[in-house]
Design a binder for this molecule. Structure first.
Ligand code: ADP
Ligand code: MG
Length: 249
């Protein structure tokens, strides 16, 4: 599904991602863990086309997507959430989804706003996709509420829906359960299992170790931009390098 070869991203003299190669299989929950600043979010930014890699290759179902812009990558089946999601507070949940869908699949704001010829048909398609995604994440009942009026947990679900509305094959989730309580965390775990049951591939950055250990099929561990371990939760948990990265620094 997703194959990354020798991926490197330099920010000035800093290798935020350093020669990382990994394969994430289809239909699985793949997790990325590692200390703060390890390069996890940068890794997602590279895959989703938000940042251009310094070197290396990214293959999606065998297709080279390394130098593609983020709207193209989204169209090819990569959906994502961000560590912090900016939502339009004074717009409804549904309108946020419609705008979000269009922003993610168009190359620029100009495209979104002025391509009037196809606008109506596209707007309907965006609305249908938005509704479908909201139904999937369990938010249909609040589609007409303003973002400012929904709960923190519901905002996180809106972020999931935004990632799903572009019809992805693989979804990249950057700390989706940060700042929610244990019960809500279980709800998010159930949602990820439902994604996989529906044929999606999940790639998850998360700090909640209990969640990762019970949920992930495969874990990659990053530290200072480098892959220091990968394997099943059992393999990773007992790896001395991983223990040192978490306890020794
Ligand atoms: P993580 O998500 O694992 O906490 P990040 O990928 O956000 O880590 O960051 C990895 C490193 O790259 C950090 O040292 C961070 O300061 C740096 N970094 C991330 N994004 C940028 C950027 N746009 N410009 C410069 N440095 C960045
Ligand atoms: Mg991060």
């Amino acid at each position: 599904m997703l194959k990354v070869e020798h991926l490197t991203k330099m920010f000035g003299g800093l290798a935020a991602v350093n020669d990382v190669s990994v394969v994430f299989e289809a239909g699985k929950i793949n997790a990325i863990i590692g200390p703060n600043g390890a390069g996890k979010s940068t890794f997602f930014n590279l895959i989703s086309g938000m940042h251009q890699p310094t070197s290396g290759r990214i293959l999606l179902d065998g297709v080279d997507v390394t130098r593609l812009r983020c709207d193209k990558v989204a169209q090819l089946g990569v959906g994502r959430t961000f560590q912090t999601t900016n939502l339009f507070e004074q717009a409804t949940v549904l309108d946020n989804l419609i705008v979000g869908h269009r922003l993610r699949t168009k190359s620029g704001l100009w495209d979104v706003l002025v391509n009037s010829k196809r606008l109506q048909a596209e707007e309907k398609a965006s609305r249908d996709k938005a509704r479908e995604a909201l139904d999937f994440v369990g938010l249909s009942h609040v589609e007409n509420q303003y973002i400012a009026d929904i709960t923190q947990e519901q905002r996180k679900r809106v972020a999931f829906a935004l990632a799903l509305a572009t019809d992805p094959k693989i979804v990249l989730l950057d700390e989706p359960a940060a700042g929610v309580n244990p019960e809500e965390t279980e709800g998010f775990a159930a949602l990820m299992k439902k994604m996989v049951a529906n044929g999606l591939t999940v790639c998850l950055i998360e700090h909640k170790m209990d969640m990762i250990m019970s949920l992930a099929d495969k874990i990659m561990v990053l530290d200072h931009g480098e892959k220091i371990a990968e394997g099943t939760p059992e393999q990773v948990r007992s790896n001395p390098l991983v223990i040192e990265a978490y306890l020794g620094s």
